[in-house]
Design a protein around this ligand. Structure first.
Ligand SMILES: Cc1cc2nc3c(=O)[nH]c(=O)nc-3n(C[C@H](O)[C@H](O)[C@H](O)COP(=O)(O)OP(=O)(O)OC[C@H]3O[C@@H](n4cnc5c(N)ncnc54)[C@H](O)[C@@H]3O)c2cc1C
Ligand code: FES
Length: 559
């Protein structure tokens, strides 16, 4: 597939247009003549009606097209986000990028290429010209931008074998990135989950709420794309990694050799070592099989206890209450206020109030064990209290497979230490939830979907660089971002504030629009927002580019 990239400059007189094109315009929009490419240009309105940097959707010949004017240039691309179809006219244009309003997939406005996930593929582009002040667009399906690297890659690495272990967020993004970059060698993806790669974030939301069946969860990569590259998918689990021999072992006894290895095995939910923890009815949640088991049990219960007050915990609590008002949901945690460490007391209390309004109960305490003969019947607390229940979800954090990863440098939590290029050893890259990586002079560990995918993309590009043009390796420096959805309320968070001196807010968390900016030493380091999709988009781009956070500052000043 190829995308043609055209952009038009406002005010430039075009000599190349044939005279019949003029007459087509004179005769109106929608005329079409076969085999005459220029004849399919139709008017999308006056160029001076396009507001600078404000995307505009137009429908031309039943095709939804997004027009973007950036100074003297006009670009035309597809109007719906390839990730989940967000209307891109609600997105933000900033520093040559278009950012999707929903989950911050990011596209280069000139080339239409995807720059940041969770979108994994670029937009379609349409030919656009300016003539006599009119924007003319060819709504016939455009073709792909030619990748600059294609020739170099074809020549150098046609015989290389890249092995990806783990087809979750990071592994899938790496795979798609290799395909987008026209990698022509062999790729093998190993993952024991037959359904992978799929959108794990839906498991705590639409799936638990009953709005989507587990088998309807969106796949992450397009099968057609995989067919054009030599991708082998093994439904298998890796049992060992021999970095000296460039070889991995599978539990079924097979072994594979690699030229480059990408490890993206994600987290394993922690099952705390407590009496009764293996009773029936006690669940963890990481994958489709887990959610299927959980929901099968939910059908036969009305009294659910969630241990921990993490995002997984509160998203599931909200979704279960949305699934049925008759389900009693208790959240047990030692601390009274959820997300206090991440957002401070006031915002944390808002989340607790939101849940209490929907009858989620909060219990302060530390779980010491579980009662039951075969199936769980109660949770014991260190205080001596016993709480009856017939289903428990352990939302008590993740660990990693330390035995598998023991040939790398591990932190005391079992995270793989990688360098700025996401390398864990020679020819081995580690990405996503299993890593501790350097960021702004700190060791960072983040469990976010978009960030794991950014890791995957960066590592894939560094793998290709290492095969074809080593000087072009890139250090990973993207700004963390995540969203959470609880009771139809969506919050977005940009940056990373481990600690802060002050929080400046616009509105209150109960308002439809709310912005909280976290400052340390007088500098904005993070923001949490509700109802500010464009502002958050601009903030990500500005933080990524290390420039002043002009949009956020303007919003604070205006308030
Ligand atoms: C239910 C749920 C909801 C979430 N919702 C959000 C959200 O709304 N927003 C957000 O920002 N983050 C969310 N997260 C966090 C986010 O999903 C993770 O940060 C992200 O998935 C990490 O990506 P990863 O590729 O490192 O690991 P994963 O996506 O977990 O993928 C790891 C893959 O490796 C495979 N694997 C494991 N061991 C082996 C082995 N030995 N051999 C081969 N393959 C192996 C697994 O089967 C799995 O497919 C959520 C997490 C969960 C569990
Ligand atoms: S819909 Fe655009 S990034 Fe999700």
């Amino acid at each position: 597939m190829k995308f043609n990239v055209f952009n038009a400059q406002i005010g430039i007189k075009l000599d190349g247009l044939e005279s019949r094109n003029t007459s087509l315009l004179a005769h109106g929009v929608g005329a079409h003549l076969d085999k005459e490419p220029l004849m399919s240009f139709i008017s999308a309105g006056p160029a001076d009606r396009l507001e600078n940097l404000k995307p505009k959707r137009v429908t031309l010949n039943d095709t939804e097209i997004l027009l973007i004017r950036d100074g003297e240039n006009v670009y035309a691309g597809s109007a719906d986000c390839p990730h989940k179809g967000a209307p891109l006219e609600d997105g933000a244009v900033c520093r040559g990028k278009l950012v999707c309003p929903w989950h911050k997939g990011t596209f280069d406005i000139a080339s239409a290429d995807v720059c940041e996930p969770p979108a994994l593929t670029g937009l379609s582009r349409y030919a656009v010209e300016i003539r006599d002040g009119e924007v003319l667009v060819d709504p016939e399906q455009a073709t792909d931008s030619t990748d600059k690297r294609q020739n170099r890659l074809t020549a150098v690495n046609a015989h290389s074998h890249i092995v990806i272990v783990g087809a979750g967020a990071a592994g899938a993004a790496a795979l798609q990135s290799l395909v987008n970059n026209r990698y022509h060698g062999r790729i093998t993806v190993v993952d024991p989950e037959a359904d992978a790669p799929y959108d794990r974030t839906l498991l705590t939301k639409a799936v638990t709420a009953g709005d989507m069946e587990p088998d309807e969860v969106d796949p992450l990569v397009n099968q057609d794309d995989m067919d054009i590259t030599e991708v082998t998918r093994l439904v298998a689990k890796v049992s060992g990694i021999d970095t000296a021999a460039h070889q991995i072992e599978l539990y079924d006894g097979q072994s594979l050799t690699y030229d480059r290895l990408l490890i993206a095995t994600g987290g394993i939910p922690i099952r705390p070592d407590l009496p009764g923890v293996n009773l029936l009815g006690i669940h963890t949640l990481r994958n489709i099989e887990h959610v299927e088991r959980l929901l099968a049990d939910v059908e036969n219960t009305n009294n659910i206890t969630i241990v921990g007050n993490s995002f997984i915990s509160l998203e599931v609590a909200a979704s279960l209450k949305q699934r049925s008002d008759n389900i009693r949901v208790k959240v047990i945690a030692p601390d009274a206020v959820p997300f206090e460490k991440q957002f401070g007391t006031q915002i944390g209390q808002y989340f607790r109030d939101l849940h209490e309004k929907h009858d989620v109960e909060f219990v302060e305490g530390t779980v010491s064990g579980f009662h039951g003969t075969e199936k769980v019947t109660a949770v014991k607390l260190e205080s001596g209290e016993t709480l009856e229940t017939n289903l428990v979800l352990l939302a008590t954090g993740i660990t990693t497979d330390k035995d598998l990863l023991n040939s790398f440098t591990l932190t005391h939590q079992g995270l793989v230490k990688v360098n700025e290029f996401l390398e864990a050893a020679e020819d081995v890259y580690a990405v996503g939830d299993i890593t501790s990586y350097p960021y702004n002079g700190e060791e960072m560990h983040i469990e976010h979907w978009r960030l794991a995918q950014q890791h995957g993309r960066c590592a894939a590009e560094n793998i290709l660089a290492s095969l074809a043009y080593p000087a072009e390796r890139k250090a990973f420096d993207r700004t963390p971002y995540f969203w959470t959805q609880q009771f139809d309320v969506k919050f977005e968070y940009v940056g990373h504030a481990k600690e802060w001196d002050e929080i400046e807010a616009v509105g209150t968390p109960e308002d439809e629009q709310y912005l909280a900016v976290f400052r340390k030493d007088g500098k904005e380091i993070a923001a949490l927002a509700k109802g500010y999709p464009q502002l958050m988009a601009k903030m990500i781009i500005e933080m990524d580019d290390h420039v002043a956070l002009s949009s956020v500052k303007a919003e604070l000043e205006a308030a």
